[in-house]
Design a protein around this ligand. Structure first.
Ligand SMILES: [Zn+2]
Length: 244
């Protein structure tokens, strides 16, 4: 290719996406003279969901900007917390992020999750239709234009994934208000209404019950696994809760 040559550099947080020789400082790229800067950035491996401001010689430009010879481009990371247009903030997680989905629900965050692989086009369409931020570690999925919004999940460890999403989007937390199995909103219920669904010991020991109107699961205070309590306590300590 004999198109214009530009210099490009990436924020340190984007190093994971680009070839090793581009991870620090500026490197030269020969473009085709017609493609947008957004396309150039993507072709170098960075999903546009992860790019913040694009600066050309220090000035912010739109992704549609067509680079010309000699320009110095710097690609910033997204700002944290990252504003998402069109509240309420809600998420859609791909088939590999089941643990993260259950933890977000535990904290009351609206997290739809498909536990079978419905394919990238269907996920992207669902994200668009329900205005959900697509969370994935699949860069190909995050490049789909139909997405309402998307975010790469940087770690493969659920603890780090949860912190990443909470820090990035700062969703309001309302622990113990959502069904971890199906994402339904829990409603309070009396012991009488759910008596026949309880084990004998449970009925004696616990008083506060909630049920999921979507899948009929019953929840009660005090019966949570210590591990779940720890996850909630840690998240609330670090990010705060909106309801007691
Ligand atoms: Zn449910």
């Amino acid at each position: 290719m004999n198109g214009p040559e530009i210099q490009i550099s990436f924020a340190p947080g984007l190093a994971v996406f680009v070839a090793s020789e581009r991870r620090s400082g500026s490197t030269a790229v020969t473009t085709d003279g017609v493609s947008s800067l957004g396309h150039v950035v993507e072709s170098l491996g960075v999903p546009l969901t992860e790019a913040g401001r694009l600066l050309v010689d220090g000035r912010p430009v739109a992704v549609a900007h067509v680079p010309s010879a000699g320009e110095h481009v710097s690609v910033e990371g997204v700002t944290r917390p990252q504003p998402v247009p069109g509240a309420p903030l809600r998420f859609l997680l791909d088939v590999h992020l089941g643990t993260l989905a259950r933890r977000l629900r535990l904290l009351g965050v609206d997290a739809a999750y498909e536990n079978e692989d419905i394919g990238d086009p269907a996920l992207a369409a669902l994200s668009a239709r329900e205005r959900r931020v697509m969370l994935s570690r699949d860069r190909g999925l995050l490049r789909r234009r139909e997405l309402w919004a998307g975010a790469y999940v940087y770690s493969d460890r659920p603890d780090d994934q949860l912190r990443d999403v909470l820090e990035r989007f700062a969703p309001p937390l309302a622990p113990w208000t959502r069904c971890t199995a199906c994402n339904g909103l829990l409603t309070d219920t009396g012991k009488e209404e759910v008596r026949e669904r309880l084990e004998r010991g449970t009925e004696k020991t616990y008083d506060v019950f909630a049920r999921c109107p979507e899948c009929e699961r019953v929840y009660w205070r005090g019966a949570h696994h210590a591990r779940l309590e720890a996850i909630v306590d840690e998240a609330v300590r670090e990010f705060g809760a909106t309801t007691p």
